[in-house]
Design a protein around this ligand. Structure first.
Ligand SMILES: [Mg+2]
Length: 112
């Protein structure tokens, strides 16, 4: 599905069920992802990467709706981008010289 069509569907979901209900759904989906990850790590009931991916996608869809509520109709994209940049820079510092190692691996792959 194209991004524009996705936006229409996500906005339609918010219009149909309302923001408060979709926030509840987001919490529920995040709990399902936590449960799938716990089952995967403990290898319970043959839980697989496919089960985890199902829950990742559910959470992503809910995150997209949370962004419509809290970013698009909330604090705005500039604030969101500033927060994301700040947190990514912090992660970059924490990752440290491992970034250099990944870049070296990429360069080797490109040379092949
Ligand atoms: Mg789910």
């Amino acid at each position: 599905m194209r991004k524009n069509e996705e936006w229409v569907v996500l906005s339609g979901a918010l219009s149909k069920w309302g923001g408060k209900f979709q926030i509840d759904m987001a919490v529920e989906e995040m709990a399902e992802l936590i449960k799938a990850l716990m089952k995967y790590m403990r290898k319970i009931n043959g839980s697989s990467r496919y089960d985890v991916v199902e829950e990742i996608v559910d959470v992503e869809i809910m995150i997209d709706q949370l962004k419509l509520i809290f970013v698009d109709n909330g604090v705005g994209h500039e604030h969101y981008s500033n927060v994301r940049d700040r947190k990514m820079e912090r992660l970059k510092e924490m990752v440290g010289n491992h970034i250099f190692k990944v870049q070296q691996m990429e360069n080797k792959n490109e040379a092949k």
